[in-house]
Design a protein around this ligand. Structure first.
Ligand SMILES: Nc1ncnc2c1ncn2[C@@H]1O[C@H](COP(=O)(O)OP(=O)(O)OP(=O)(O)O)[C@@H](O)[C@H]1O
Length: 309
């Protein structure tokens, strides 16, 4: 369900009854959703349920075998794929990463790094970045050309729990400041829900959709993910009330900033633990997976290689 603001906003991309067939198998079928200006839409679903496939169809990387996809004329897309192919044996600075797919004015490059909180890392080698810093660099690269639609495939992989919240807050603030539409893919049911207008739950087809609260209570969702995930999702979406800043401090709902979370902050009082960074009731992140740059890839980007684990 969209808020009235989003309902009136322009649709950036709309998929109607989209199906993708490969090697005689329907990877997805009957996919129906749209992303409007200023809206954050999150695709969730188990491994192999067609989230990346649907996102790639939305931005035109994959052509549908049935159904229709309408994109706003001249739509500018910023895409952070799930996997990147970079030759990690070659030196690559953040600055260079930002310009791999095309030139970028210095002012825009620095503005993007500032927007994601890492202007001080412009000259750093990408292979030395932490997981959270690397994801921020990828985000900077995607927002630098001021896209109308930002597509982020698992943007918090390799990021610890505090960093996840900071990244989702950052994504939300990018939406608020630029008014772009955002299509997110995530396994992080707890956190992502706090930053999402519309959730589309996939399982080869659209299994259910709506606000995070509505989806977490739907029978299809509970069948797919289990009641435990549904309960924690519902709790989380109500309790998230503070942001983790890039420097590790915590900004509370009333605007105050402290060095640590308060004991009554949302993610500390819902009955399970987050020690060791990431947790997930449904499925795990893949850390350090093989990566391929898809979408707006240049041949150079497609160099073989693996990101360090
Ligand atoms: N080019 C392709 N050719 C054949 N099968 C493919 C192709 N791309 C994806 N698939 C298959 O389509 C299904 C959906 O894949 P997709 O990557 O969209 O899933 P996902 O929901 O993003 O999964 P995950 O959560 O594991 O990232 C999988 O079974 C995958 O193996």
């Amino acid at each position: 369900m969209l808020s009235p603001v989003h309902e009136q906003a322009q649709a950036l991309v709309s998929l109607s009854n989209v199906g993708i067939l490969r090697d005689g198998r329907w990877l997805v079928r009957g996919i129906d959703f749209s992303v409007r200006r200023g809206e954050i839409v999150t695709l969730i679903g188990p491994n192999g349920s067609g989230k990346s496939t649907s996102a790639k169809a939305a931005i035109g990387v994959l052509k549908p075998d049935e159904g229709r996809i309408e994109r706003l004329a001249g739509l500018k897309v910023g895409y952070v794929p799930q996997k990147l192919s970079i030759d990690w044996t070659l030196p690559l600075t953040v600055r260079r990463l930002m310009t791999l797919t095309g030139p970028l004015a210095e002012r825009e490059l620095m503005a993007a790094l500032e927007a994601v909180g890492i202007p001080h890392l412009a000259r750093s080698e990408v292979q030395h970045l932490s997981g959270g810093e690397f994801q921020r660099a990828l985000l900077a690269r995607a927002v630098a050309r001021k896209p109308d639609l930002l597509v982020l495939d698992e943007p918090v992989q390799g990021v610890d729990f505090g960093g996840e919240i900071a990244l989702y807050d950052l994504i939300k603030s990018i939406r608020n400041s630029t008014g772009c539409g955002i299509l997110l893919i995530s396994h992080d049911l707890h956190v992502v829900m706090a930053a999402t207008d519309t959730v589309i739950c996939l399982n080869g087809h659209v299994c259910c959709r709506g606000t995070p609260q509505a989806v977490s209570q739907s029978a299809e969702y509970v069948r797919l993910f289990g009641s435990r995930a549904a309960a924690s999702l519902a709790i989380y979406s109500h309790h998230h009330d503070h942001a983790h800043l890039p420097d590790g401090r915590v900004q509370h709902a009333d605007g105050t900033i402290t060095d640590h979370c308060h004991s009554d902050d949302g993610h500390h009082d819902h009955g399970h633990h987050h020690e060791g960074g990431h947790h997930d009731d449904v499925s795990d992140h893949r850390h350090g997976s093989d990566e391929e740059l898809t979408g707006r890839a240049s041949p150079r980007d497609k160099a073989e290689g693996e990101r360090h684990a």
